[in-house]
Design a protein around this ligand. Structure first.
Ligand SMILES: C[S@@+](CC[C@H](N)C(=O)[O-])C[C@H]1O[C@@H](n2cnc3c(N)ncnc32)[C@H](O)[C@@H]1O
Length: 415
């Protein structure tokens, strides 16, 4: 953002954009707005409006205060969310009526003055509200915290687990530099372990369960929604084909595809403790079409008659060194004409998309770096990875479904 950008010009720009977004909000009848349902022109206006209003905020805050807010504010807010999560504050606030701080402190079993201090800070960020002095009520955000299982898994995982990992980013670099290893990361510093994170999870079932719940919930949040996978590829063309979902967690992607395409069958592969969880929760009607197979994807792919192999949100967890190994273990199993469908980040060039959307993709990139020494990739990165895995691996197509954080890359092996 140019420092002397004309504030009045930005304010003028806001008017028209706000009209478009406000007309959409008027149609939501006071319910939590789902921008996913908005038409493309509303989406575009909203993205621009967010970028312009952020520019206005930046200019009117000034560089010194902004830097201070960025440093202290984000740390204190993360810790406050963690406090609210740990003491189950949101669950103790009635859904449709205020509660006094005194009654809330008793219900949650915390000190009233600490509760007031933490919540009054959170309230300045729109999490809870104080409709009359001394009482607390929900906002849309705090309601989600109390009510929505995905948000609870998300806040729990990020605030109790990832919070510590991301904060160790400099320590990990100082110790190991740009290591490709999953055992030389912020995670390893934060949890003082030599295990990679997914292995560590195996020994921490509650964390593993929360993570699987998070992945499942992500898949139904707008920007990560499974609809982008279901609608973003020509699954119908497979007829009664077979699909292997590699690292498919508890099977949520395969379940969504199976529901949409009743002729397809699926094998979901993941680590033993994860597939056990998936098999247990699989709805009865899908049992004949979805099977679970415990498989370490660093060992050869045993299913050789599939038409499509999916790698969704897998490669970004790994540095090139290991992503290549995952591909090398898969490619020899692919029969003639079989396709590999990768759904993962495809980082656009700098400034090619709205700033706040670019921030999201780059934020995920740093999560991957700190947790696994993994990475989000741009087109050149992907091409380099494929070339390392096999000169015969051919990229057929890339597509970023509208509203999706992730893109779909379709590949096949040349003869
Ligand atoms: C980010 S999640 C992606 C899950 C799912 N594909 C999706 O799109 O929601 C990564 C998955 O890889 C699995 N995983 C990690 N290491 C693995 C390994 N060596 N072999 C098989 N699966 C593994 C994890 O258990 C986890 O379910």
């Amino acid at each position: 953002m140019a420092p002397l950008q004309n504030l009045e010009q930005l304010a003028d720009e806001i008017q028209g954009l706000a009209k478009t977004v406000s007309a959409f909000l008027g149609t939501t009848n006071g319910s939590i707005p789902n921008f996913d349902a908005a038409a493309p022109d509303v989406q575009a206006a909203r993205q621009k409006l967010r970028d312009v209003s952020k520019a206005i905020y930046d200019i009117t805050t000034g560089p010194r205060e902004r830097l201070i807010n960025l440093t202290t504010g984000s740390t204190v807010l993360s810790a406050s969310l963690r406090w609210i999560y740990q003491f189950r504050i949101a669950q103790s606030v009635p859904l449709d009526a205020p509660i006094t701080f005194t009654a809330l402190a008793t219900a949650a079993g915390v000190d009233e003055s600490q509760l007031k201090r933490v919540l009054r800070y959170a309230i300045t960020h729109g999490i809870f509200t104080e409709p009359t002095v001394g009482s607390v009520a929900h906002t849309s955000e705090s309601k989600l915290l109390g009510n929505d299982p995905f948000m609870q898994n998300y806040i729990g995982h990020y605030s109790e687990h990832s919070f510590h990992i991301v904060s160790k980013m400099p320590e990990a670099t100082a110790k190991w530099g740009a290591s490709p290893e999953t055992t030389e990361t912020g995670f390893n510093v934060a949890f003082d372990t030599e295990m990679p994170m997914f292995k560590y999870m195996q020994n921490h079932p509650a964390k593993a369960k929360r993570f699987a719940g998070l992945m499942q919930g992500m898949a139904s949040s707008p920007r990560y929604h499974l609809r982008h996978l279901v609608e973003g590829y020509d699954w119908a063309a497979l007829g009664n084909g077979k699909v292997v979902d590699i690292g498919g967690s508890a099977g949520h992607a395969s379940i969504a595809l199976a529901n949409a395409y009743p002729s397809l069958t699926f094998v979901v592969e993941d680590l033993p403790h994860v597939v056990a969880q998936g098999a247990e929760a699989l709805p009865e009607p899908l049992k004949s079409r979805i099977s679970f197979l415990p498989l370490d994807f660093f060992t050869p792919q045993p299913v050789k008659d599939a038409d499509v192999y999916i790698l969704r949100q897998i490669c970004h967890d790994w540095s090139d060194k290991y992503a290549v190994k995952i591909l090398e273990n898969l490619l020899p199993a692919m029969k003639k004409g079989a396709k590999l469908v990768i759904m993962d980040g495809l980082i656009p060039p700098p400034n090619a998309i709205p700033k706040l959307d670019e921030a999201q993709v780059r934020m995920v990139d740093l999560v991957m770096m700190t947790h696994f020494n993994g990475k989000e990739r741009d087109l050149e990165d992907w091409k380099g990875l494929f070339a390392q895995a096999s000169p015969k691996l051919k990229l057929l197509n890339t597509k970023t479904p509208a509203g999706s954080v992730y893109s779909i890359l379709e590949l096949e092996m040349e003869e």
